[in-house]
Design a protein around this ligand. Structure first.
Ligand code: SAM
Length: 211
């Protein structure tokens, strides 16, 4: 947790209710240990969607479809495409997304992204943290000018701020890659980024111009 529990709890008391079917899906996902977005990220996404009213949204990392369905509930007219590669998750996602109008693309984003063409008004990047850097060139290409890229989990529970030697050996590669990704994201020409201590850290980027 990046922000202390007292503040997170207070903010949760101001959060908006989810539609009943999403509340159920959230509970099911949490019980099954499926990693889905945290409640404070939902509020940030809600704000961005209502403010920007994106017509096209690309999500990288469907899991079981919770965040895609949430976005659809906020902006029902948006065309949403979501990518997932893990068979077990896909099985559940197919069921949950049936009839929603959300397009589920099955495959590794590393292979799927290069063959997609844009432009997307918003991209939600919420997949394997160690791969974010590899996805960045395609995200940049696929974003419409003025479009938003929202990247989740960038602060690695706060460990990103410390030395890589302060984290478990198995997490050092992700730590190193995430730092490189954030360095690139915050300094890329044509992108403007702010990093917010929301959820597990959210990088909010907009494409100011094509380069
Ligand atoms: C944090 S979960 C996504 C949660 C979802 N956005 C939500 O909040 O409901 C990350 C998902 O990304 C998927 N994933 C990881 N790397 C991927 C890749 N290279 N291509 C497609 N999916 C990937 C994982 O299998 C996992 O289901």
């Amino acid at each position: 947790m990046i922000v202390n529990e007292l503040i997170t709890g207070y903010l949760a008391s101001l959060a908006h209710d989810l539609p009943a079917e999403l509340e159920e899906l959230k509970e099911r996902a949490r019980k099954a240990h499926v990693p889905i977005i945290r409640d404070d990220m939902l509020e940030l996404i809600r704000f961005l969607l209502l403010k920007e009213k994106p017509k096209t949204i690309l999500e990288i990392g469907t899991a079981v479809g919770f965040s895609a369905l949430y976005m659809k509930s906020v902006v029902p007219d948006a065309r949403i495409t979501t990518i997932e590669k893990v068979g077990m998750r896909l099985k559940e996602a197919r069921k949950n997304l049936e009839g929603s109008g959300i397009e589920l693309v099955e495959g590794d984003a590393e292979k799927v992204l290069p063959v997609l063409s844009g432009a997307y008004d918003m991209i939600f990047l919420d997949a394997a943290k160690g791969q974010y850097g590899r996805f960045l060139p395609d995200c940049k290409r696929l974003l419409a000018p003025g479009g938003l890229l929202l990247t989740d989990n960038v602060l690695l529970e706060g460990s990103i701020a410390g030395s890589r030697f302060g984290v478990e050996r198995r997490d050092r590669t992700i730590h190193e890659r995430m730092r490189e990704f954030l360095r690139e994201l915050t300094h890329a020409e044509g992108l403007v980024t702010v990093i917010l201590p929301v959820g597990d850290g959210a990088a909010l980027t907009y494409k100011s111009h094509d380069v």
